[in-house]
Design a protein around this ligand. Structure first.
Ligand code: SF4
Length: 617
């Protein structure tokens, strides 16, 4: 593709897909027919054109959903409609894994082969698909472009789909006038082939959350999950919904923030920054507008709690976002949900529409933005870039988002679980909320239990619960190792489970709670394979912007594969020393958390599990 200028014309279907999103073009300057008097004397550009840039990713997604891939003609039309240079649009389209820039079958099965699913049967699914449907397609195909027929199907490998409680999982996507996206759990080799070849994936299983504690009166964040209809505003209100918003409005914004400070609520996304301080900082900024962003781009392998909240209690997230907007002076909130959670997006949109119709949100407006398959967009500034219609590359900090965030304005970013905590804090008061947990870790915490457990799912327990007790709840009988915090976290040994689950205790023990992942490895699990998959994940998901991460993640994976193949450069000890050098460089010199944590799990496997001692030095 010529990335400076695109002559190819869009097809009628491509034009329809874009016009359905943007409306018909006003003149030839934005893709309409040339010839009117007005066209000859009017140029559209400058600030007015730039204001539309944030629609670039939704426009490319519209093409992907309608056609199955983004052709030169389709991209050219998008560029004309939004006044975006083709080179920039090409850069954006090629950044996101779920946007295809070469012909791709209309029906694709994305088979998760990440750390939870590969230990639960993903390879058997892949072998059967390969046998019956041919080899997996690559996300970025090279070589000759093959013309595809209407009935063609394809499958591809996928990173974690956030369905570890239903492992193994797959995502079925079908492009067309009525596109379909269906997230499938407990997939078998035969059900995968059936879904793909019969174009019959069945029902989305991401909303049928595994909730082992369903109905437990001690639940706070999960109290409504599985017991209150997530599609009904009436049911939510009957269960006490919108009482917190009414109380917040009655008491005032300063009171709300004071309760967050009294509650000592910290972010649940992994960084554990005090939420009240963040809200205070945005509220105090004189620049306007202020923006609120709910980070629902939950992509950390092993994490699926936000999926449960979004599909099972979507009205609560809408209510919490409205309180956050009220307290921080935001009139607009964006909820950025990962592409792999189609049902979550549908349920939250339904909740937004119902609440808007009932005039419950006041002058606060919520827009949903879908991710396009990039783990790095879970990093808050990469997420801003993505909403703004750019490649999801993290920004250097400072400036911090509370000063210069989305569209350059003061922005408060909270993840889904953090916002869910706002409701009980407003209802109970901050001091009462803080009575649960420890001094440094207040309230309850959601943990995602998966792997070698008999009762996988999301568990809500007070901070301070012992890891041993949590594992017992989930039916983990023989843990040989536990991955805490996800791929960016660390392994702990099976004899280290007398650990109180608080931020401070985890830190003191040299581990992290991260995003709440508790992935249990049992005697039959291949830990070496798991560590290599984690290294491959970071290599694949690095945005490539800074050298230590771009090069380091590749070198890390290469060294692990050399050890596995018995083809070390100078012996295992030399490879482990190299891994340590590379890991330290990534941690010290990377721009964002991805590079800074890319060695954490590998390092813990080497130093804590002593996984490579048996390999010999
Ligand atoms: S650390 Fe990695 S993911 Fe983060 S900005 Fe640098 S290259 Fe990108």
């Amino acid at each position: 593709m010529d990335i400076r200028h695109i002559d190819a014309e869009p097809t009628a279907a491509e034009r329809d897909a874009i016009d359905a999103l943007l409306g018909p073009p006003a003149s030839s300057w934005d893709g309409g027919e040339r010839g009117s008097e007005r066209d000859a004397h009017t140029a559209v550009g400058g600030a007015a054109a730039r204001e539309q840039r944030h629609l670039l990713v939704p426009a490319l997604q519209a093409l992907q959903q309608r056609i199955g891939w983004i052709s030169e003609g389709g991209m050219g039309y998008v560029c004309r409609r939004l006044s975006v240079p083709p080179a920039e649009a090409w850069g954006v389209a090629t950044f996101y894994a779920l946007l295809a820039t070469a012909p791709r079958a209309k029906r694709v099965l994305h088979v998760c082969d990440d750390i939870a699913c590969r230990n639960r049967g993903a390879h058997a699914i892949e072998h059967e698909l390969e046998r019956t449907c041919g080899a997996a397609i690559a996300a970025e195909p090279r070589g000759e472009r093959v013309a595809l027929g209407e009935g063609d199907v394809a499958w591809m490998h996928s990173p974690c789909l956030g369905m570890c409680d239903h492992a193994p999982a797959a995502l079925y996507t079908e492009a067309g006038e009525s596109p379909r996206e269906v997230l499938l759990g407990n997939v078998t080799p035969s059900s995968a082939v059936h879904a793909l070849t019969r174009h019959d994936p069945g029902l989305d299983s991401s909303g049928t959350a595994v909730l082992p504690q369903r109905g437990d009166p001690a639940l706070v964040l999960l109290a409504r999950c599985g017991t209150v209809d997530p599609t009904s505003l009436d049911a939510y209100r009957t269960a006490g919904g919108f009482e917190a918003l009414a109380r917040a409005r009655a008491k005032g914004a300063e009171w709300v923030i004071a309760q967050l400070n009294d509650a000592r609520l910290v972010g649940r996304g992994g960084a554990a920054f005090p939420t009240g301080r963040k809200w205070e900082a945005v509220r105090a900024r004189p620049e306007t507008p202020h923006y609120l962003v709910c980070n629902a781009d939950e992509s950390e392998p092993g994490t699926f709690k936000d999926r449960v909240l979004l599909t099972q209690d979507p009205f609560a997230i809408v209510e919490a976002m409205t309180i956050a907007g009220f307290a921080t002076g935001c009139n607009v909130g964006f909820l950025y949900v990962r592409a792999e959670y189609p049902l979550a997006a549908v349920r939250v949109q339904n909740a937004i529409d119902a609440c808007t119709a009932a005039q419950l949100l006041g002058d606060f407006r919520i827009e949903i933005r879908r991710g396009a398959g990039a783990y790095i967009c879970g990093e808050e500034t990469a997420l801003f870039e993505s909403i703004e219609g750019k490649r999801g590359e993290p920004r250097s900090k400072p400036p911090f988002p509370v000063h210069v965030g989305l569209f350059g304005k003061p922005t408060v970013v909270n993840n889904v679980e953090t916002l869910a905590n706002v409701l009980p804090i407003v209802r109970l008061g901050g001091a009462a909320y803080a009575a649960t947990g420890s001094q440094g870790s207040t309230g309850t915490r959601l943990f995602c239990l998966s792997g070698a457990v008999s009762r996988p799912g999301v568990y809500e327990v007070p901070f301070g619960t012992m890891l041993r007790d949590l594992l017992a709840m989930a039916g983990a009988t023989e843990p040989t190792a536990i991955l805490l915090g996800g791929a960016a976290g660390t392994f702990v040994r099976g004899d280290e489970i007398d650990l109180p689950l608080t931020l401070e205790d985890a830190r003191a023990a040299g581990t992290t709670l991260g995003s709440g992942v508790v992935m249990v490895c049992g005697p039959g699990d291949d830990l070496h394979d798991m560590v290599r998959r984690i290294a491959g994940f970071f290599r694949d998901e690095s945005c490539g912007q800074c050298v230590p991460c771009r090069v380091g993640t590749v070198r890390q994976e290469e060294a692990l594969h050399r050890i596995a193949a018995g083809k070390t450069l100078g012996g295992v000890a030399a490879e482990l020393a190299l891994l340590d050098d590379v890991g330290v460089a990534m941690r010290d010199a990377s721009i964002c958390g991805l590079g800074q944590t890319a060695y954490s799990a590998v390092e813990s496997a080497i130093k804590r599990l002593r996984l490579y001692e048996e390999v010999g030095r």
